[in-house]
Design a protein around this ligand. Structure first.
Ligand SMILES: [Mn+2]
Length: 359
């Protein structure tokens, strides 16, 4: 297990590399070139500068996130060919700098969605990301996007980059004629186009689950259950076609058994990396994010770490979103304090699992 921390880069992240380096047991970052639009090539110069900075801080950068897939690929438009070619070039460029895993998603239009980015938790005065489907009633997708952008403390949220949002209405209209099966067929074209390159250069593609784990705004979504992932891994049968198992995204839906899903795809060799966090279910399509501690939420974090130990012990892992605690101001979900506590806790579970297995 390689413990890492998400880092958005200088100017895009309030957390410094030195702070990350000082978290016990944290050996690397899951990086991102913040501000790259979907479909753009990530050049060797840009990647090199970013990765070298991380290496100079004594950290590894073997996982890169949010290499976003252009909507034309998801919609299956003729223009997808050039975007798939760009993606292949980016894969080669990332591999040249030692990147082993690329995290992406295949969600139409919306990346993760919440109805409140700083929902107060009455018990202790902290706040966390929150979702209640009832709050979406009467709101257009555009309105919810505007509200999300306003609530992000001046940071650009991953997946909510201004460039992507400008054409939102037009894109939503185009998706009206795209079914889940169409989306899956378009996904296969994408994988057919990139996985051979991944096999050649030794990069694993890790798809992030839909978040929350059900369809929203009537858009097709095909990556939020064990059955969905079963189809995805079969779209291209290669260990390079794998999952980023995000426990909180998948676990937002109580129908998903997160440890069992992790164990199943771990045994198949299809876990590329893990995002670890906990959620508290509050009702139907209604949840908030909690601290990582099992008893604070509804996920069994011990069972999750044990599934990793048993089936994919060498995988990359990072704490996912944290609460805002101790008056920290930062990018919603991506403060330092609660995620660092998450690492300490996950490392504690891991040490106990390793030692009890040896006894
Ligand atoms: Mn995640």
């Amino acid at each position: 297990m390689k413990m890492t921390f998400r880092w958005f880069g200088f100017g895009s992240d309030a957390v410094t590399l030195q702070q990350i380096k000082q978290i016990p047991g944290c050996t690397g970052v899951m990086g991102v070139l913040d501000g790259k639009a979907a479909g753009e090539v990530w050049t060797r110069e840009e990647i090199g500068a970013y990765v070298n900075t991380i290496h100079q801080a004594g950290l590894e950068c073997e996982v890169i996130e949010s290499v976003n897939v252009h909507e034309d690929i998801k919609m299956g438009l003729p223009s997808r060919e050039c975007y798939i070619e760009n993606y292949r070039i980016t894969i080669r460029n990332l591999a040249a700098y030692g990147v082993k895993v690329i995290v992406y998603n295949f969600m139409p239009v919306f990346d993760w969605l919440r109805t409140d980015l700083a929902h107060p938790i009455a018990e202790d005065g902290s706040s966390s990301l929150y979702f209640d489907e009832k709050d979406l009633q009467g709101m257009t997708p555009l309105a919810i996007v505007r509200r999300t952008a306003q609530g992000s403390n001046g940071f650009t949220l991953p997946g909510w980059e201004p460039a992507r949002l400008a054409e939102l209405e037009q894109t939503l209209q185009r998706y009206e004629s795209v079914s889940a099966d169409d989306l899956r067929a378009n996904y296969k074209v994408f994988l057919d186009g990139i996985i051979p390159v991944c096999e050649e250069v030794g990069v694993t593609m890790a798809v992030h689950p839909d978040d929350p784990a059900w369809p929203i705004f009537g858009l097709p979504r095909i990556a939020h259950s064990m059955a969905d992932f079963e189809q995805i891994v079969q779209l291209y049968d290669s260990p390079r076609n794998a999952l980023c198992l995000c426990t909180g995204s998948l676990g937002s839906n109580p129908d998903n058994d997160v440890p069992a899903t992790l164990r199943h795809f771990g045994e198949m060799g299809r876990i590329g990396c893990v995002h670890a966090r906990n959620v508290k279910h509050l009702g139907y399509h209604h949840f908030r994010e909690s601290s990582h501690l099992s008893s604070d939420g509804d996920l069994d974090m011990y069972a999750i770490m044990k599934a990793i130990y048993d089936t994919c012990p060498d995988t990359y892992i990072r704490p996912d979103h944290g609460r805002m605690i101790w008056n920290e101001k930062g990018r919603p979900g991506y403060g330092l304090y609660d995620r660092a506590l998450g690492i300490a806790y996950l490392n504690g579970l891991w040490e106990a699992i390793v030692k009890s297995a040896k006894n």
